[in-house]
Design a protein. Sequence first.
Length: 69
Amino acid sequence: MAKKHGLTLTELALGWCTSRPHVASSIIGATSLAQLKQNIAAFDVQLSAEAVNDIDAVHARFRDPAMTS
């Protein structure tokens, strides 16, 4: 899905987190300077409505990822 929208996985994930009005903060983790730079840059990403719709469709299908078979 990230590739479809021209994003990295980090940009897609953090872009989604920061686009949610109920999320007050996002926690990032990095084990290298390159990962840290990618995490920080992801906060400048604005997801398109199509990307958010695609994420919502996956979420609707897998409401609880721990319960997938």
